[in-house]
Design a protein around this ligand. Structure first.
Ligand SMILES: Nc1ncnc2c1ncn2[C@@H]1O[C@H](COP(=O)(O)OP(=O)(O)O)[C@@H](O)[C@H]1O
Ligand SMILES: [Mg+2]
Length: 202
């Protein structure tokens, strides 16, 4: 399903990533753990195909969803439009059901700046899970939320993951998040940073 064999990633003459090997089966979940600046986002961008300037090979399913650290919503679009512009194949009914699931059932025609921070985060989560993806990439989307909001987001994310059966690669510096999401924790460490993980039955 996902096969990552990165041998090097440089920014200028600085080597950020060394050998990063990762093999995941369908529906497997991992959390890549490491301190700020170690190279987590860099590795996730490589996995997603956003960054192609690296040494090595990545085989990643085309149907992927990427959730960034910030909500990255389109301010001039309503909640419905924020969902449907990225998922033109989804019906209005499908979007309504997803908005209901994340607690925004009555906010479809609101704009992002009419939502609280927690509601904006839930809209970003809805966008991530709206149509089935083979793999979901989460780049610290729960960072800097207050504890109550963070727990609410983690619980919702776990429910949506259980429903979607998607493979998960989640990046964080907080191991408790991997426990909530029932994912295997894998450490990205060193300078340059390295990582090794095989599919669970290999
Ligand atoms: N576009 C870039 N140009 C130069 N250096 C970068 C760039 N993006 C990230 N870096 C550097 O690469 C290292 C890893 O960054 P990043 O992957 O964002 O870390 P993390 O997500 O683990 O906090 C950091 O030292 C950062 O400064
Ligand atoms: Mg990062």
């Amino acid at each position: 399903m996902l096969e990552v064999n990165v041998t090097g990633k440089f920014f200028g003459d600085q080597k950020i990533l060394g050998a990063c090997k990762l093999k995941l089966k369908p529906a497997e979940r991992i959390s890549i753990l490491g301190p700020s600046g170690v190279g987590k986002s860099t590795l996730l961008r490589i996995i997603s195909g956003l960054d192609t300037n690296f040494e090595g090979v990545v085989k990643c399913p085309e149907k992927l969803a990427f959730m960034f650290q910030g909500p990255n919503l389109l301010a001039w679009r309503t909640c419905y439009q924020n969902l449907l512009i990225f998922h033109p194949e989804v019906s209005q009914t499908g979007a309504t059901q997803m908005l209901e699931q994340v607690g925004l059932g009555d906010k479809g025609f609101f704009y992002p700046d009419q939502l609280s921070l927690g509601q904006q985060r839930r809209l970003a989560l809805a966008r991530t899970f709206l149509s089935p993806a083979d793999i979901i990439l989460l780049d610290e989307p729960f960072t800097s939320l207050d504890p109550k909001l963070k727990l609410e987001m983690l619980t919702l994310t776990r429910t949506l993951l259980d429903q979607s059966k998607s493979t998960l690669v989640h990046v964080t510096h907080d191991i408790s998040e991997s426990e909530y999401l029932m994912s295997n924790a894998v450490e990205l460490k060193g300078n340059p940073a390295t990582l090794h993980h095989q599919a669970s039955d290999e």
